[in-house]
Structure formats: C-alpha cells, structure tokens
Write a protein that binds this ligand. Structure first.
Ligand SMILES: [Zn+2]
Length: 365
C-alpha cells in the first residue's frame, strides 16, 4: 500500500506543478509602480519649456538651467532632462501620452488633482463624489495593492513608499495590511540596518521645504533598503517633489527634480537587474496623478478649471513588454486602466469594487 500511495502522491504533485508552470505565460514575477506627482507630458516628451525657461519669475539662474537642459531640438532636450527614460526605457519599453501624435492618456475623474488621481491609478476607477479633496480621509475603496496583498503568494509581499503624507489614507494602510512608509515616516522594525538608522536621523535633521511632503531622496532610499531586506513582489514608489516645486513657482527646481527622479529610477533598475530575485522578472510601470496648466502661471496649477490638468502619460518596461518605444499611433487611454494592467502582469484578474478601466492592450505580448 505505502509505496503505491507515495507514487500516486508524487504523480499528483508533479502533474499539478507542471500544469501550473504551463499556465504561467509571463516572465514578470514582480511589479514596481512609480508615480511622479504632477509631471506634465510636455516635459516628458519635449523637455524643458522655452517660455518658462525664459521667465525670471520662475527661474533663478537661466544660464545654469540652459546649460543643463536646453537644446533647440526637443528630442535632444528631453534626453537631457530624462536621460534614463529616453535611453534604456525608450529602447526596451513603451511610452504613451505624446499628444503631438494624438496618443492620448487622460484622467477619467473630473477633479484633476492628487488624491482623486491616485485613487484612479490605484483602484482603477474614478470616485468623483467620495474622493473630492486631498483631505486625510481613509479611502473607502480597496486599491489593487490591497487586492494583490490578499492573493496567494503575495501576502506580506506588497509595500508602498511615498513622499506625501496623505498616502497612508489613499492606500488605507490601516485596513490594507501592508507597510506604507510615507510623509515623514521613519523605518521601523526590530533590526534596522545602519542605512535605515542614518536615514531616520537625517530625515529629522534636514528640513523639508514643505509641511506634508518629504524630499524624494528619503523615499528612494527607504524603498531601496526595504527591497534589499524584504524582497517584496509588488512595490509602489510615489515621488512628490515635482508637484510641490511647481506649486511654488520654481521651474528650475521642478526640472532638476524630474532629472533626479530619472536618476533614481535608473539606480533602482540597476539594482533590480543585479539581484537574482528581480533580474529579468520585474516590470516597472511609471505614471502621474494629473497634468498641469500650460500658460504662464497656469503651469503651477492643476484642478478641474485648469486646461490640460487631466492630461497624463504612462510608461511600461520589463521582460514582457514589447519594445514599442514612444507609441506614435493615435489612441485614447485612461489612467483608470493602470490598476488592471498591473494585476494582469502578475496574471491576476483585478475586477475591483466598481467597473474598472480595461487592461491596456500592447503592454503585454
Ligand atoms: Zn498631485
């Protein structure tokens, strides 16, 4: 009896294993979602703006900024501003939202500012009536991250890091059950690394220009340290500086921050590609929560009254994403499609609590 039983058990196990293996079509095992708060598609696709660069109200040292980011050719200009995105990412991934080609990405919510934008990215639907301010109210909607954290194989494998102190509410950290380190949160836990201890110390010593947003370098290094220690399968990193420098009317700082964030993503990618747990198994999705105005003055703002504030963009790259580069075919995409696309990369079907935006065709083979 016994040997036969074991044989049967063995066959059953192998059969099951190979079926599961055969069913899995994608190479992606991990996804990192990244947002740059309020970075316009105009800078992403054309680099520094000529009018704003000339405006003394918004730029302290025009010569310095010209040396850093200016060229007559917008294709060179964008390369100067975002060198990693316009080399590695453009060569291996996909970029959507260049409206010069009628490739359109828009918000589906009608508010066109941060919390409604993040709610749309993270839940896959607009909730205009309930999510209508940036107040610190716990999100009644379940995000795709919360959904993934409840799936088999993902428990304790989801984490979020953000510069803005509203993220614990947007993600409803209390209910969601995965770590959210945002605003001026410090690294916690029984075995802090030397680096985490140092970051905790520095964060209390370096004043942020803003009351509710920390500098993105802290978010970056806390996130990298968490990756090293805990190997999450899904991570969300939300950079915030671009929006706040824009609100402050500092176009120079806005550009420098976008440039630095590009370098952060480059460092992150280099680290992932050196780690056996992540190398060639990790997809990055990058987007923004809203656009901003165009005319002088309006570029500082967003919201339903500002034209172009609903205009966004989307980037994907990783082992399953065909290298289409800058997508130039006319099409209309919406920010509400990101949540379902993120889940699909992990071969999970996210349906959400309300009808969610459809999966983005083209991002996967
Ligand atoms: Zn924002």
């Amino acid at each position: 009896m016994r040997p036969k039983f074991w044989l049967l058990f063995l066959i059953f196990t192998i059969g099951n294993g190979s079926r599961a293996f055969a069913q899995r079509k994608l190479k992606t095992e991990n996804v990192i979602l990244i947002t740059l708060d309020g970075l316009r598609w105009r800078e992403l696709f054309s680099g520094a703006d000529a009018d704003l660069l000339r405006d003394k109200d918004y730029v302290d040292d025009r010569e310095e900024l010209k040396n850093l980011f200016w060229d007559e050719d917008p294709l060179v200009r964008r390369q100067k501003l975002l060198p990693f995105i316009w080399s590695t990412v453009a060569n291996t991934g996909q970029l959507y939202g260049n409206r010069q080609y009628q490739n359109l990405v828009n918000l589906s919510n009608r508010h066109h500012f941060s919390y409604p934008g993040y709610n749309e990215i993270l839940t896959g639907f607009a909730d205009d009536d309930r999510i209508d301010s940036n107040d610190k109210k716990e999100n009644p909607n379940k995000t795709v991250l919360e959904f993934i954290n409840q799936q088999k194989g993902f428990r304790k494998k989801v984490a979020a890091f953000g510069s803005w102190d509203v993220f614990p509410f947007i993600l409803n950290a209390r209910r969601a059950g995965f770590p959210v380190n945002a605003g001026f949160s410090v690294a916690t836990g029984p075995q802090l690394s030397e680096r985490e201890k140092f970051l905790n110390q520095l964060q209390s010593q370096i004043p942020s220009p803003w009351g509710s947003v920390r500098l993105d370098a802290f978010t970056q290094h806390y996130a990298l340290e968490y990756l090293r220690k805990h190997s999450p399968r899904v991570m969300y990193i939300a950079y915030g500086e671009t929006d706040d420098f824009a609100h402050d009317g500092q176009y120079d700082a806005y550009l420098k921050s976008a440039h630095q964030t590009d370098a952060f993503i480059k460092d992150l990618w280099a680290w992932l590609q050196k780690s056996p747990k992540y190398k060639n198994k990790t997809t990055l999705l990058i987007t923004t929560d809203h656009g901003r105005g165009v005319s002088n003055g309006a570029w500082r703002q967003h919201g339903s009254k500002i034209s172009e504030a609903d205009q966004t963009w989307f980037i994907a790259f990783g082992p399953d994403t065909p290298a289409l580069g800058e997508v130039k075919q006319p099409q209309q995409l919406y920010t509400n499609q990101i949540a379902k696309t993120l889940a699909a990369l992990l071969e999970l079907n996210y349906t959400g609590e309300k009808p969610v935006g459809e999966f983005m065709v083209g991002v996967l083979p």
